[in-house]
Structure formats: C-alpha cells, structure tokens
Design a protein around this ligand. Structure first.
Ligand code: ADP
Ligand code: ZN
Ligand code: ZN
Length: 726
C-alpha cells in the first residue's frame, strides 16, 4: 500500500477558485505537500492565484496533471471547515442546470459566514435584578422588550441571537439584561434546555394512510424506497403533523431530515413545533440569525450533533451525512426560487438531493403547483382536523365602486366589531397610493431610474420606487405646469389602515403587516404575536398575512383587489391568484363556526377566483393543466428567460437579437426580443425560450451566452439567464 501511494505521489488537487467573475473557469491543478495528505474533495484551500491568493474548493484528487509537476504551485493552507463531497457534486449540478458558474454554485454550499476567519464569541443574555424589577415596576418598556424580559425571567438565560441582539443591546444599556460570552459548544438558538418535549397525538385515519405510504418509502429495502410525494391537504388538515411523524420515523431509522419552510419569520409556529417535538436534534438556519450563529448551527449539522435541519430554501444545502427525508412545506411558495445567480429553485434542488441520498421527498400544500401534481405521488387530506368545513367565500363585484371597501365588507367588519372578534384583511400593495398625477397637465410622477410610477408612502411623506428604492419628498405642486392639484390614485395598505382605524379602530385595533411596517429584526414576529394574543382586532397586510399562520378564531377574511395578481403578464398569474384566495381562506374559521371570507374584485368571472371561492382545487388544477399543455408551459415544456440590460437601449436590443439567432431552432421557440421597462437606469430587452427538452435548451442557451460574452462586454450589456423563471 505504502509503495503504491509513493508511486503515485505527489497528489494533485483540482481546485475551483471562489471568484464571482464569469471569465475565470477552473479547476486548476495544485501540488499537495506531504503534510496535506488529508485534503479531499470538498476541502477549502487558500491557494496562490496569479499574483494574489484566493480561496478555492477541491473538486477532485488526481495523481497526474497535464502540466509539469514543478510548474504547479502548492496550496498555502487548509481552511476549515470544508464542504461534504455530496454538496460539491450538487453544486456542479446547479451550475449546469441554472447556467451559472461552478464557483458561484459552490458559494451556496460553503459554511455560512465563510470558511476560516476569526469569529467573535456568541453571546448569552440573562436578566439582571434591575430587569426583574422593571417587569414589576412602572419602567417604560416596549411590547417586545417586555416579552424578552418575561422570557428571560421564566426560562432563564438564553442565546442572544434567538432574541435579537439589537433589542438586547438597548436593554443592556439600561442595565436590564446582562450579555456574556456563550460557553463553547453552546447552542445559539433557543430551546430552553429541560423544557418537556411534546409527544405526538394519535393520527386521524386520513393522516395515517398518508403516513403509511411515506413510511414504506422510507425503508431502503422496500420497492417503494425513496418515493416522491405530494401531500395535498386543505389548510388545517394536519399536514405538519404528518411531516413531524415522518421525521420521527426517519430519525428512528438512524437517518437525518431536512424540512424546508417558505420563510422562518412568517412561520415561527411550524419551526416551534419541530423544536418542541425533537429538541436539540433540530438545527434552525434562521435568516434572522447572524453569520456566526448560522455557522455554529451548520457545524452542529456537519458534526452530526443535529440530525434535523429546519430552514428556508438555503437549508436544502444542510451538511447532513445521511438524509432519509426532505420535506418541502407550502411547496407552492415563490420564495423557494432564488432570485440571484445561481437562480436555483429550492424545490428542484430538493428533488436532486433526495435522489443523491436515496431519500424520500415530501412536498405539501393546500394549493400545490401543477408541476408537482404531475411529477409526484398524490396523497390527499381533504378534511380539516377540527372537522369544521372551510369557510364560505363570497365574491364581491367592485366594478363601478370607487371606495376601497365594498358595502358588504363594511357590514361584515361591523359584525366583527359587534362580536369583538378578529379579521384578516389582505391587500397585496404596500404604501399609501399607487401613483400620483397632476390634474393640470396629467403628468405622472415617475422614478428617474426606472420606467415605473413612484408610490406614495405616508399621507404626505415621500414617494418611493419599489424597484430601485429611489426616494423623494412628496410633491406639493407640479414642476411642469405649477398646478397644486395633485391627484392620488389607488390605495395601498397604508391608506386602508387609516380607513380601518377611522371606521373601527376604537374597538378593533389594526395590526399592519407589510415590508414597511415590519422592517427590522423581530418586528414581523412581534406583530403576529400581538395580533394572536389580542382579544379582538384586524390584521391588515400584503400576502404575508396569508402565509401558514395558525390563528384560532378568525371570524372574517377579506381580500381586497383579488385580481391584482391576475393583471401580471405571467402564465402563473392564475395559479398565484387561486393560491392567494385559498391560503387566506385557510387562515379563517379555525376553531370557530360562522366564519366567512369576502373577495373583492374587478374580475368576478375569473376562473381562478370562482374556483377558489368554491374551494375546488382539483377542478382548478385540471383546467390549469389542460391550458398549460395546450401552450407548452411547465410542466409540459420548460421556459428560460434571458434578459439583456444596458444603459443604451439599442445595445441591449442588439445583443438580444443576436442571442435569438443563436438559440432559435431545434424545436425551440424563442419569443422576443421584447422591451421590459427600464430598471435602475438600464434599458432591458427580454427573450423567453420555450422548449420540451430542458437540458439541451439550457446547454444551448449557455453556449449562446458564452459566444456573445465578448460582444456583450464591449457594448456594456449584461446578460442574465433564468431557467424556470417565476
Ligand atoms: P396543516 O399543516 O395542514 O395546516 P396542522 O398540522 O397545522 O395542519 O394541523 C392543524 C391543527 O390540528 C394544529 O393545531 C395541530 O396541532 C392539530 N392536529 C394535527 N393533527 C392532529 C391529530 N392527529 N390530533 C389532534 N390534533 C391534531
Ligand atoms: Zn402639471
Ligand atoms: Zn426606481
């Protein structure tokens, strides 16, 4: 053995440098020193690179190089922690599937916070005597501060990251809490040690049938091993309980599990249920955690101390050794798609990773995607656990009405007020007014960088661009004609909030939930918690209000402007609209009789709205699948979107036209170049490529983009490729 090794020594490491530029393509060979014998696939190395040095990931080991050995450089150092080899392979697949580069794909699977580097100690928070006194006394505390202090008092010291370090710093300045370094190996995410874990309830017959099919596939020896399932269950039908028990069986079989959720901040209850059931064996990759905390959780998974990872789409890269199950909760949620290069879809990556590990894939939703209905084995939970029917949904025709609230909506809210109950109102548009125009000359206030109207925020406050973030003071007169008559059009969550406060605010407090109202760590969870614990009130907000929350006793749900999502020129517009109405209805009437849902719309005949009102997901899916088949849309064909952008419109068009020529043919339909609105000062030109052969098309598009790269760079055009666009 030793002689053999000596023969083939020195060992060559093929290293992919971690750089953002597309022009550098590895891997490059390096000669390992004798003291670097434990370097393997996935090891992160610092290597000399040109005149500098860079980090790189080992893709493979070899005994020979095409270059003379004495021309190869040696790595400077090993930089732990490395990446498990299966994730290196997964990154290679992602780079290919999503027209990205190996190095960008590898950056997805590295330990969060990067390899190496010095780290500050994690902090632990404890209540001081002054803090305890503050809880009893008259000291001024915000709701969130009071919550933090109460938790520290009842459950003892907790990791700072779990409570929000910024909020804790303010309490520390007032002497109410003490922050100290967390003991090494301590958990950065709270699960108060010693809290009693909750046992599973007995399943209903429907749940049991679903679970049994899954358990069969969990047995690696069974013919059904590694199956892929769609758990299609109405909201409140006990899907999460099925996930929990499937995870339990996976752990019992000695394997690990990944549970993907749309967004932790919006689904704290789901995460809490996994922690309460499994305790410290759960690692949470919370987006609100700092880098160090995420790094510590990542290491717990890597070392096998944690066997279950709960988190958003990036948790699909959890460094678990032997995965038996991957759950995708709320699989319809658009947040599973990564909107920056590499533009991967967490759901497709989950499928790929499950296949790598021989794991079961379990996707669940009340409004599954047509793609999943076709690709996965259907398990069905048609009834709510509490046995209550889904609430009746009434469609209200808003044509000809000029007020944001239909008279029947006002009446229903007045009923909620009379009963001191709760309502949820959804309006998928933040701000005060959509746009402003001058009554004198008709001009509309536009963004200087983007071809879109500016949105008014705060009654008299400022205008803001929802695309680039540009802001300016709200105008009092028109710069063109000096008219002071400035008209406001459309209403957003801010103006509806004022409307609701004026009409009902005394008895029904309004809790607003949108990106503006909940900016800042912890604010979102705080608003949800306040609405939940309030005896009565209105939760008003964007689509955030419809996501996965399990509130007891909501008597009324209202969707304002339900066809807003329908007006998007997108083949998923119908699916989105159906999901939005259905998901909101799902938050209503849990544990309560006589609840109902009102849907205000200018398109009362729209198929997606009518079928959502009837809770008829099957009919919607069947029709949607027929339509997509006729048009070769997913799942019957695949789409790739290519966007060329440049400060000069003609340059973007020229590159797009050239790409069109290179890509068209071989059964591929190329639509465009079509102009998109100017964004951040750049003109954009779009191609959409439809085809029935995804892999070949992705390769053809990748090759075409490469061929145009030099031309595009010369014209200062940047090209972005988005396979499976949302
Ligand atoms: P979904 O994920 O489909 O919306 P959940 O799993 O959240 O549904 O279940 C809805 C409610 O019913 C939750 O409060 C949950 O704790 C409860 N529940 C689920 N399954 C059972 C069961 N078998 N017995 C009793 N309660 C259950
Ligand atoms: Zn004017
Ligand atoms: Zn803008």
């Amino acid at each position: 053995m030793h002689a053999n090794l000596a023969d083939s020594a020195p060992v060559i490491a093929r290293v992919e440098p971690l750089t953002r530029t597309r022009t550098v393509r590895g891997p490059f060979d390096y000669r390992l020193r004798p003291d670097q014998a434990d370097v393997g696939v996935g090891t992160v190395l610092r290597v000399p690179f040109g005149r500098q040095s860079t980090l790189g990931v080992v893709l493979e080991l070899a005994s020979q190089s095409e270059l003379a050995l004495d021309r190869l450089a040696e790595p400077d150092a090993v930089v732990p922690p490395g990446v498990p080899p299966d994730l290196v392979a997964l990154a290679g697949w992602i780079a290919e599937q999503y027209c990205s580069t190996p190095s960008r794909a590898l950056s997805l699977v590295l330990a969060p916070g990067g390899a190496g580097g010095r780290r500050r100690a994690l902090l632990q928070a404890a209540l001081t005597e002054a803090g305890a006194a503050a809880l009893l006394g008259t000291e001024r505390l915000t709701v969130r501060q009071r919550e933090i202090l109460t938790q520290l008092q009842s459950e003892g010291p907790a990791p700072a990251a779990a409570l929000g370090t910024a909020a804790l710093r303010r309490l520390q300045e007032r002497g109410l809490v003490e922050l100290s370094p967390l003991a090494p190996g301590g958990r950065p995410v709270t699960l108060a040690v010693g809290r009693r874990l909750e046992g599973p309830p007995a399943l209903t017959a429907e749940q049991r049938r679903a679970l049994e099919a899954i358990l069969e596939a969990l047995d690696p020896a069974a013919p059904a091993a590694g199956g892929r399932f769609l758990l299609h269950g109405v909201t409140g039908s006990g899907k999460t309980e099925v996930y929990l028990q499937a995870v339990q069986a996976t752990l019992a079989a000695g394997r690990g599990a990944i549970v993907l959720v749309p967004e932790i901040a919006l689904t704290p209850q789901t995460v809490g249920r996994f922690q309460a059931r499994f305790g410290d064996v759960v690692a949470v990759l919370h987006s609100g955690l700092g880098r160090q905390e995420r790094h510590a959780e990542w290491l717990r998974l890597r070392r096998g101390e944690a066997r279950v990872c709960v988190g958003p789409r990036s948790a699909v890269f959890a460094p678990l050794a032997d995965i038996g199950l991957i759950v995708v909760d709320e699989e319809h949620d658009p947040s599973y798609k990564h909107e920056r290069d590499p533009r991967y879809d967490g759901r497709s990556v989950a499928l790929r990773r499950a296949r790598q590990h021989g794991a079961v894939l379990l996707a669940g939703s009340a409004t599954p995607r047509p793609e999943s209905v076709v690709a996965l084995r259907h398990l069905y939970l048609p009834h709510r656990i509490d046995g209550r029917p889904l609430p009746p949904v009434e469609v209200l025709d808003m044509r000809g009405l000029h007020h944001p609230l239909h008279p029947r909506t006002r009446m229903a809210l007045a009923d909620v007020r009379a009963d001191a109950g709760k309502a949820i109102v959804l309006l998928n548009r933040r701000g005060w007014s959509n746009f402003l125009s001058c009554r004198g000359c008709g001009q509309v206030w536009m963004c200087p960088n983007c071809e879109v109207a500016l949105v008014l925020h705060g009654a008299h406050g400022f205008l803001s661009c929802h695309h680039c973030g540009h802001r300016r003071r709200a105008p009092t007169r028109c710069a063109h004609c000096r008219s002071v008559a400035v008209a406001r059009h459309g209403s957003g969550t801010e103006s509806v909030e004022q409307e609701l406060r004026e009409a009902f605010g005394r008895e029904l407090p309004v809790f607003r939930l949108d990106a503006d109202a909940t900016a800042g760590r912890g604010r979102l969870a705080e608003t949800l918690a306040r609405f939940e614990s309030a005896p009565a009130g209105i939760l008003l907000g964007t689509q955030m209000v419809a996501k996965g929350h399990d509130f007891a006793d909501v008597a009324l749900g209202v969707v304002l402007d339900a066809d807003q999502t329908l007006r998007f020129p997108d083949f998923r517009a119908e699916e989105r609209t159906f999901a939005l109405v259905t998901q909101l209805a799902g938050r209503v009437g849990r544990g309560r009789d006589g609840a109902k849902v009102l849907v205000q719309t200018l398109a009362p005949e729209a198929r997606s709205i009518i079928l959502a009102a009837r809770h008829d997901a099957d009919a919607f899916l069947a029709q949607e699948l027929r339509r997509r088949q006729a048009l070769s849309y997913p799942p019957y064909g695949s789409l790739i979107r290519v966007v060329c952008s440049s400060p000069v419109a003609a340059e973007a068009d020229a590159v797009a036209a050239r790409l069109h020529g290179l890509i068209a043919g071989a059964g591929r339909i190329v639509l465009g170049p079509a102009p998109l609105f100017r964004l951040r000062g750049r003109s954009r030109s779009q191609l959409v490529i439809k085809s029935r052969h995804r892999a070949a098309t992705v390769r053809a598009v990748g090759a075409a983009v490469e061929e145009c790269a030099a031309d595009a760079a010369r014209r200062s055009v940047s090209v972005s490729v988005d396979p499976d666009p949302q």
